[in-house]
Design a protein. Structure first.
Length: 151
């Protein structure tokens, strides 16, 4: 949590273009220079993030490395970071590269990775199993448990 302000600062420094409402390409001079942007926009039609959310896409490995180093999450994730306090999700654009390997990922497609991040948001949970459960079921395991506990 201590690094959230620094993360906001580095994002501010990296933002060069706003491609569409709430979707920001990081590390390029213009949207066309970000190879991940077009497929991401397509996938975000199927996986709809809240209107008040901002989805950032790291358009190069250099940018992504900077982000995960600042977040102290290196090794924990290689494709997505969701910050529920600041209402933002950062996606590693490399996942849209044909060379990208999903071997180390629980979720094996970009759409499922986006749904996982959306699960953190909708379920308001930092737990990975809750987000993964949302990918398959569209419901929040934590909410179900709370609901049954209150009966
Ligand atoms: Zn997660």
């Amino acid at each position: 949590m201590k690094n959230l302000f620094r993360l906001a600062a580095i994002i501010a420094a990296l933002v060069n273009t706003v491609s569409a409402a709430n979707i920001v390409a990081l590390g390029v001079n213009k949207p066309a220079d970000c190879p991940a942007l077009r497929p991401l926009l397509e996938d975000l039609k199927a996986v709809q993030f809240p209107n008040n959310w901002t989805v950032y896409v790291a358009c190069s490995d250099v940018v992504w490395q900077k982000i995960i180093q600042r977040e102290d999450v290196e090794g924990l994730t290689s494709v997505g970071i969701t910050d529920r306090v600041h209402k933002l999700t950062i996606i590693n654009g490399a996942m849209y590269s044909p060379l990208f390997s999903f071997d180390r990922q629980v979720q094996r497609t970009p759409v499922r990775i986006l749904k996982h991040e959306l699960g953190h948001i909708i379920c308001d949970s930092r737990k990975e199993d809750v987000a993964d459960g949302f990918v398959d079921s569209g419901v929040c395991k934590n909410r179900v448990l709370m609901a049954s506990a209150s009966k």
